[in-house]
Design a protein around this ligand. Structure first.
Ligand code: DQA
Length: 145
């Protein structure tokens, strides 16, 4: 199984960015954690991050034929991007939406996701473990189970 993990804006600053919200692990450390689990599950993993909406959309357009599923933390764009939602609807790749923080326990504007209804499911609030749980969820929902 091939899974792409796509990380949105400001996640490159993990480690120093609002540690009270996001913890102290860097994005590279989260990636290492996820790669260990991916190896364990026999998943081929691609890991990407961009601060740019268009680059995230291009990455989503590239998914068909390249990945079987997507683990998506669109970060701030989760709450604002009609264009990322449209890209997800266009390629129809199965995906799980993940967030490090519990977005529902934060500001009201974070309670709304413009993509969650297209996702298989949403995992939020477990820090870097949200990614691990998301990976396991995608693996468990693969077609051949
Ligand atoms: C986030 C939550 C978003 O509301 C925020 O804009 C982020 C990170 C998370 O992983 O908790 O950048 O997606």
């Amino acid at each position: 199984m091939r899974i792409t993990v796509l990380n949105g804006p400001n996640l490159n600053l993990l480690g120093t960015r609002e540690p009270d919200q996001y913890g102290t692990a860097t994005l590279a450390e989260v990636e290492s954690l996820v790669r260990v689990e991916a190896d364990h599950l026999g998943i081929e993993l691609e890991w990407r991050q961009s601060n740019h909406e268009g680059a995230l959309i291009d990455a989503i357009h590239e998914l068909p034929g390249r990945a079987d599923a997507l683990l998506l933390n669109a970060a701030g764009y989760t709450h604002t991007s009609v264009a990322i939602r449209d890209a997800l609807a266009a390629v129809r790749i199965p995906f799980v939406e993940v967030h490090l923080s519990n977005v529902f326990a934060r500001e009201e504007f974070r309670h709304r996701s413009l993509m969650a209804d297209l996702a298989i499911g949403v995992i939020a609030g477990f820090g870097p473990r949200s990614y691990l749980l998301g990976l396991r969820a995608l693996h468990a929902s693969r077609a051949d189970v």
